[in-house]
Design a protein around this ligand. Structure first.
Ligand code: ATP
Length: 533
């Protein structure tokens, strides 16, 4: 049975092995220095045995300890990153779509992927090098002070000057030259936008403009990267200069009982170059890690368009839907107050001119957006008193351009219910009027649908999305322009299948449309109008 230790304990263990590895590195250099100086005096070889064994011991233990340290600390950092990634998805889930404001898709991807990865460095490449380096440095200062007190003070002064210079100079120069995360975010946003719109850009002859924008973003990202490299160079220069100066001062000042030990003292600052390099790298990364933390904090601080009540009421069994004088909108009210009722199994159409707020009303029914005034009641309970996730369990949504994933028919359907067996998938496909077409495909449910469902016709794509919605077992279906992009006979056939879902004991339907032929099929039509300016 594997035993899992608490994260703090694993971190403490990683820290201890890191310090031990660093001390082994210092010990290796100092023992080697002692060995070389002492060997020059050509003593009997037995006098050298301890040093020879120490060199071997430090050399081997350094590698082993470093390996163990990496295992322990990376394990902790990766576990942190997994949690942070999930938190970031939760933040996005909470804020979307109403709270995302002007954030671009590519930039969001960059934040979730690159910034979360960068934050791992806070522990691995920022805090640990400082802690490990400080502990190792203190031990070296104590050892040297025990050999020669004055030399101990000189090295302590070197440590102080080096640490302060790195902390002040490298991180502040780095902060001025960084912006790598932002530049990377802009580059991702440009590339994502161009990739999504590639067909249109080529068709309108605008590929050159998009290319130029992407090139500018690439140049920015590159110059941010080379700025980072020059900051790294500055850090190395500081470390080497201070280590060299410390050796020079020690050479001029050191005095001690044993010239062999003085050789060890002189090499001590050289042994400290490795931990100081760790500090230098940490300070180079500090602005980027801070920026990544701020960008993720900005996601966490996105407005919460709908908040759950402190004590949500249980989801009612009834799925009667009542919209009572509801006004919906994004940054302000868009629609005039609208009222209608959709009893269980009823079908209602919502219409109105383009931009009047039909899709916005659909989002409000699902509690993705709040209503400005008025109420939406589900089974007699205002949806504001229910958990938003419960509302979305009862009410499902089919948008105009729902995402179809580049995988098989089966996997596209299973997103709605990962446990669904083939019989359930086939039932859903039959209800959505797609079963015959899928059976006719060479690989049936395993047929790949291509990027954005590109291997399916527009009607098949829409039916696939409908089948997916049906699998999720919502009782109220909000269908936003379900026949958009379809020719008249296909639209007619799809509406036959959609309307067959309603009826006593069946699903309730709210169909958003401005298609006259679709509207003609409904007894109840709700006309939306804009709010008075
Ligand atoms: N993400 C958004 N952020 C801010 N405002 C938005 C957003 N999406 C839509 N709007 C605005 O809300 C208003 C209503 O848009 P909505 O998409 O609901 O209209 P619609 O009636 O569904 O239009 P259409 O028939 O053309 O699809 C519009 O003025 C639109 O600019």
């Amino acid at each position: 049975m594997t035993r899992t230790y608490p994260r703090r304990a694993r971190l403490a263990f990683g820290l201890a092995t890191g310090v031990a590895a660093q001390l082994a590195a210092v010990g290796l250099l100092l023992a080697s220095a002692w060995l070389i100086v002492r060997a020059a005096e050509q003593p009997p070889v037995l006098y050298l045995m301890v040093a020879i064994v120490s060199v071997r011991f430090f050399g081997i233990s350094r590698s082993v300890l470093r390996y163990v340290e990496r295992l322990a600390t990376h394990d902790v950092a990766l576990a942190d990153a997994v949690e942070r990634r999930v938190e970031t998805y939760v933040d996005l889930d909470r804020a979307a779509p109403g709270g995302l404001g002007d954030l671009r898709r590519g930039d969001l991807v960059s934040r979730v992927v690159a910034d979360v990865a960068r934050l791992q460095d806070r522990l691995l490449r920022l805090r640990l090098p400082w802690w490990v380096g400080l502990a190792a440095t203190l031990v070296v200062v104590a050892v040297v002070a025990a050999i020669d007190l004055r030399s101990g003070f000189v090295i302590a002064a070197g440590v102080l000057v080096c640490g302060t210079a790195l902390r002040r100079v490298v991180s502040s120069v780095g902060a001025r030259r960084s912006g790598r995360a932002e530049a990377q975010g802009r580059l991702s946003a440009e590339v994502a936008a161009s990739a999504v719109a590639s067909r249109e850009l080529v068709a309108f002859g605008a590929a050159g403009q998009a290319g130029a924008k992407a090139r500018t973003a690439t140049d920015d990202a590159e110059s941010a990267q080379s700025g980072g490299a020059s900051v790294a160079g500055l850090g190395s220069a500081i470390v080497l200069t201070i280590a060299g100066a410390t050796v020079a001062v020690l050479a001029a000042w050191s005095s001690g009982p044993d010239p062999v030990l003085i050789g060890v003292v002189l090499l001590a600052p050289i042994a400290l170059i490795e931990p100081w390099d760790g500090w230098s790298e940490a300070e180079r990364l500090r602005p980027e890690v801070t920026a990544a933390g701020e960008r993720l904090a900005a996601l966490a601080a996105l407005p919460n368009p709908v908040s759950d009540p402190a004590d949500p009421r249980p989801l009612p069994e009834s799925y009667d839907l009542v919209v009572d004088a509801a006004v919906v909108g994004w940054d302000g009210p868009v629609t005039a107050p609208v009222s209608f009722k959709v009893a269980e199994g009823d079908a209602v159409a919502v219409t109105g001119p383009s931009g009047v707020g039909k899709s916005t009303l659909a989002y409000a029914l699902l509690r993705l957006l709040p209503t400005w005034t008025g109420t939406v009641l589900l089974g007699g309970t205002p949806t504001t008193e229910l958990a938003a996730s419960d509302v979305r369990r009862r009410i499902g949504y089919l948008g105009q351009d729902d995402v179809v994933f580049d995988t098989s028919v089966r996997e596209n359907l299973r997103i709605a219910d990962p446990q669904a067996d083939d019989d359930r998938l086939r039932d859903a496909l039959a209800s959505a009027g797609l079963l015959a077409a899928v059976d006719a495909m060479p690989r049936g449910l395993d047929t790949p649908v291509g990027e954005h469902g590109g291997r399916l016709s527009g009607g098949e794509r829409q039916r696939l999305c409908l089948a997916r919605l049906l699998l999720a077992d919502h009782r109220v279906l909000v269908l936003d322009e379900p026949t958009e992009h379809l020719d008249a006979p296909t639209a007619e056939a799809l509406m036959d299948d959609v309307l067959a879902l309603a009826g006593p004991g069946g699903r309730s339907l709210v169909v958003v449309t401005h298609s006259p032929s679709v509207l003609a099929r409904f007894d109840t039509v709700v006309a939306l109008s804009r709010v008075d300016p």
